[in-house]
Ligand binder design. Structure first.
Ligand SMILES: Nc1ncnc2c1ncn2[C@@H]1O[C@H](COP(=O)(O)OP(=O)(O)O)[C@@H](O)[C@H]1O
Ligand SMILES: [Mg+2]
Length: 325
């Protein structure tokens, strides 16, 4: 097949003075795109990289892809992850991962949480806050956790993200607001262990436990390649808990209209009850398992990087009724 790999590389990201640190952390390194291309070539496909921008559209049409491997995060606006899917829909070109709806629902964590609430998927109680002055009255129990309602890579999450009283809450909301122009999610702190669960095609991968020295996964830890954060997979859980967590992950994927691959972040409370924190519709595909939890889980399941790419392609081909050749 002709497969176009669409991505926004970190090295091509626009630079703005007002950007918070880590603003483009969720974009791909060139090495990741090269690894995807290599896997596609080894699988016998004619694969080529195109920057996921409007400037590429003519070249993309000339290449006439049978399928796009979509890893594009976009740059601006709350449609940024949905922009490529919208363009590809209008060009009638099939692509991997979620469409406009799934990208939009998962981009906004508050909207995703409302979907979870509606479908009885446990998620921490929350309020959405605009600024430090107008914090709505609420009945949530401290400690609370403060984070941007959009963006990933723990942007705006520093060591003071956990707050124990109203004064700290107001201070932290102001801090997040000062570094990012976004609605802010204030939610109950889920005090137990942290997990991330990848889904590849129809298969829920082994659960990865994330162990961080501070108890939660801040931006500086995600940026620091040598941070003390550790991953363990399969997570040491009872069979019963593991099956229940994986079933929850599968339901969250369906509720948010995600396809082919995704990764959910979850935590358990002190009593061991699981809560979904958020869902990533385009999980990081860095070939280094120590950088990418999805790949870490896939390796645990006995898959190679090429298997991961193959399974994403197979899932998309099935959905779009394409014959793989
Ligand atoms: N309600 C919460 N309770 C405890 N920790 C949380 C909560 N929300 C987020 N965190 C911590 O912050 C990290 C980043 O939050 P997450 O919602 O996954 O956003 P991101 O898109 O930045 O990864 C999580 O991995 C977790 O360690
Ligand atoms: Mg996360």
């Amino acid at each position: 097949m002709n497969i176009a790999v669409l991505a926004n590389l970190k090295e091509d990201a626009p630079v703005n003075k007002e950007d918070p640190p880590g603003r483009w952390d969720d974009l791909d390194d060139r090495g990741t795109v090269d690894a995807i291309l290599l896997a596609l070539h080894e699988l016998g496909h004619n694969a080529q990289y195109f920057p996921a921008t409007l400037d590429s559209i003519n070249d993309l049409r000339k290449f006439a892809p049978d399928l796009c491997f979509n890893s594009s995060e976009g740059h601006y606006g709350d449609s940024r992850e949905a922009q490529m899917p919208a363009i590809l829909d209008s060009l009638r070109i099939p692509y991997t991962c979620a469409g406009v709806l799934g990208m939009s629902l998962s981009h906004n964590k508050a909207v995703a949480k409302k979907m979870f609430r509606d479908t009885h998927i446990p998620t921490a109680n929350f309020v959405v806050v605009r600024d430090g002055i107008n914090i709505p009255s609420h009945t949530m129990k401290y400690p609370l956790f403060v984070k941007p309602a959009v963006e990933g890579s723990s942007i705006g999450i520093n060591d003071a993200a956990i707050v124990y009283n109203e004064e700290e809450l107001v201070r932290q909301v102001k801090y997040v607001r000062s570094i990012i122009d976004s609605l802010i999610l204030v939610e109950e702190f889920v005090a137990g262990r942290e997990f991330t669960i990848g889904i590849l095609g129809n298969e829920v991968l082994p659960i990865v436990e994330i162990i961080s020295p501070t108890g939660f996964y801040s931006n500086s830890q995600k940026e620091d390649l040598n941070s003390q954060v550790r991953r363990i997979s399969p997570a040491p859980l009872s069979k019963k808990d593991a099956v229940a967590f994986q079933a929850l992950a599968r339901r969250a994927m369906n509720v948010l209209h995600l396809y082919d691959v995704c990764r959910m972040d979850m935590r358990m409370d002190a009593a061991g009850k699981p809560y979904v924190l958020e869902v990533n519709p385009i999980p990081l595909m860095d070939p280094d398992p120590n950088q990418a939890s999805l790949i870490f889980a896939a390796v645990t399941a006995g898959y190679t990087y090429r298997d991961v790419v193959r399974k994403i392609i197979e899932s998309a081909a099935h959905r779009w009724n394409l014959t793989l050749n």
